[in-house]
Design a binder for this molecule. Structure first.
Ligand code: BTN
Length: 238
């Protein structure tokens, strides 16, 4: 059972950074109204209008959790987010490998997980979540954003979305079905699609995601290839 203390703050540079400075030994979540330097994956920034979206970082200290199994954290969080968002968006929500949360071809939520290791174990994990809830105009060059409000036409209570997410994380821990649920929710899990490596665009079918997080694609010759994060991207039309 994940029991989280919830701390609300008005503004910070990045909730992940805030948690590194302020997180203690207990499991907790910090929720900010606004970030002055919200971080996306890699060098990307994260756009979010003040007071409109769910911007939070969850700090968890797993017990006896092996570093080699750390991709389960990505799977658990992604599945819980999909199930929670579906309750409010009333549309199927999928996971674009490894952990972008998508509705159709649009990104509704980004996740930035930072695991800290101690030897072979995961000491703690900071799970940063940027979920587009009530914002209706996006100004950055993020390619394909969408919010719950754009899908439903109405405002959603952000605290209720956070509560649904925490409940779903607990439910996933209880049922231990997150690996199967993750695979069943993968974006573009059926049919052939275009993918891109550094210099090549190619057609392939998504066949699996391995326990270590690598994506397995089968090319047109029926040959399987494994890719780590950033080694391959989906080609998505706007
Ligand atoms: C991505 O690029 O898809 C990841 C985006 C993660 C954004 C969230 S917003 C809350 C938390 N704090 C940050 O600085 N980033 C994450």
């Amino acid at each position: 059972m994940i029991d989280l203390e919830v701390v609300h703050i008005e503004e910070t540079d990045s909730t992940n950074r805030w948690m590194k400075e302020n997180g203690k030994q207990n499991d907790m979540v910090v929720v900010a109204e606004y970030q002055t330097a919200g971080r996306g994956c890699g060098a990307n920034s994260w756009e979010s209008e003040r007071g409109k979206n769910l911007l939070c970082s969850v700090f968890i200290h797993p017990k006896n959790f092996q570093a080699k199994s750390q991709f389960i954290i990505t799977q658990l969080v992604s599945v819980a987010l999909c199930k929670a968002i579906e309750k409010f968006a009333n549309k199927p929500v999928e996971i674009k490998w490894p952990n972008d949360i998508y509705v159709g071809d649009k990104k509704i939520c980004g996740v930035l997980i930072e695991n800290r290791l101690q030897g072979r174990m995961v000491k703690d994990t900071i799970i940063g979540i940027g979920l587009n809830v009530n914002q209706t105009e996006f100004k950055s060059d993020a390619p394909n954003p969408v919010s719950i409000k754009q899908l439903t036409g109405k405002d959603t209570d952000r605290d209720e979305v956070l509560k649904a997410f925490i409940d779903e994380m607990n439910e996933c821990c209880r049922t231990r079905t997150c690996i199967a649920d993750y695979k069943a929710r993968l974006y573009r899990r059926e049919g052939k699609h275009k993918f891109m490596t550094q210099d090549t665009v190619f057609e392939a079918s998504l066949v699996d995601v391995k326990d270590d997080g690598r994506l397995m694609l089968e090319d047109e010759m029926g040959i399987a290839h494994l890719y780590r994060f950033k080694e391959v991207t989906f080609v998505i039309k706007d």
